[in-house]
Design a protein around this ligand. Sequence first.
Ligand SMILES: C[S@@+](CC[C@H](N)C(=O)[O-])C[C@H]1O[C@@H](n2cnc3c(N)ncnc32)[C@H](O)[C@@H]1O
Length: 457
Amino acid sequence: MATDERNDPQNGGLAAVRDLLDRRHFKAALRLLDSGELRDMPEHDLLRAAALLGRRRNEEGLRHLRRALARRPDGVEAMSGLGQALLQTNDVLAAVGWFERALAVAPDHPGGPAALAQACRRDARYEDAIRIVDAQPGAAGDVDLLYEKAISQSYLGDAAGALATYEALLSLDPEHAAAWFGSHAPALQTLGMEEALRRLWRAVGCSGANGRYWAFLCAYHRLLGQEAEAVRIFREHVAGNPKRLPLVESVTAVQPHLSADTRIFGMSANLLRHALSRAAVPGMVLEFGVRRGTSINHIAAVAGQAVHGFDSFEGLPETWVNGPQGLLSTGRQLPPVRPNVTLHAGWFEDTLGSFLRERGEPLRFVNIDSDIYSSARTVLTALAPRVRPGTVLVFDEYIGNRTWREDEHKAFQEFVRDQGVAYQCFAISPFTKQVAVRIDAIRGETGQAGADAERTG
Ligand SMILES: C[S@@+](CC[C@H](N)C(=O)[O-])C[C@H]1O[C@@H](n2cnc3c(N)ncnc32)[C@H](O)[C@@H]1O
């Protein structure tokens, strides 16, 4: 900016607003923007939107961004701002669209590819996220791009690839707490628990590290039977902290049900593969909650039989934690799946009854990944007559969430109580929040001992 432009009171005011936004002083930025002389500036809407979004006043922020875009339909800042705002409101589908438009208009816009990769990753389009990163000439030197790639590789079950990407990132930024933390999961799969713990300790040692990492250290030590260390970490870093307690409390609730052969996992694909390998009862393999098909394709790769997936593809039927109804929707788009997968689109309430009436088989393996209590309850109630001793159930949101007591955990505990079920948990993943349980006995709702339960005695 030339000296006379800087001395212009309006430009000086804009610079002051930008400075406040950079320092995350959103309230002060709003006060300055409201003060009058900046109101007619073309940048007013964009800056006001940034301040409002910083204050989590998302709807108002979105309104200003749309106004900025109406004034300048090719405005890249407004498009990216809309993408960020929609990500903040969990509307990831729409966010992807705006980041794509921004990148088409300005391929060199700083942070554009990383923002699009992040949106694709949050929309569970992991291959797309990796493709976007790999297409950037400077990706090898860009921490944000490498981070998106590593997380996506983890979700796709590529432990070695994820670890290599985290290593590349950490060589650029050795104090990247989230990368040390994220890398503990593939390290657990490929290098073992000791290395996973070393990475977690490295993560908590980074300045600005998320305090929730302490809960993971505490949970792992507890699961490993290293109770003195677990208690020490709990007292010093977890107790009384509402964001750290849920993981430790939920792991502690599962502990009495752990089998002697329990294994601890870092990645979903590995836990699912292991759980299937232990599901020996002949019968159906089902998944509830398919979304973009990541887990059902992991399951189908090793099931050695037909796999059925159920999903509305319209997202959650009700609000959950801070997410709106419709969260996780694919816009009714069905994902590409392996040839042994059949998808049943619709609400579980509408699709499961007729599916079961057409088939008399028991259950070998069920992956319940539909997040909320009511969906898990619907599924477990309908499936109860097909559960046998030896049936394996995997729950994807069983531990770790703030609302864990009210979600899948509650639905399963009600099922256990109502159906007279005995079970053991034989796989657990603090990182992915999954548990796998093996049914040992089921009496059934009538209260009479079922033939199968009796046979196993
Ligand atoms: C977390 S996502 C599933 C993720 C998937 N397993 C994966 O590997 O990425 C949860 C899915 O459950 C679906 N869902 C939740 N409750 C449902 C219900 N009652 N009926 C049909 N679909 C439901 C949502 O549409 C959403 O796609």
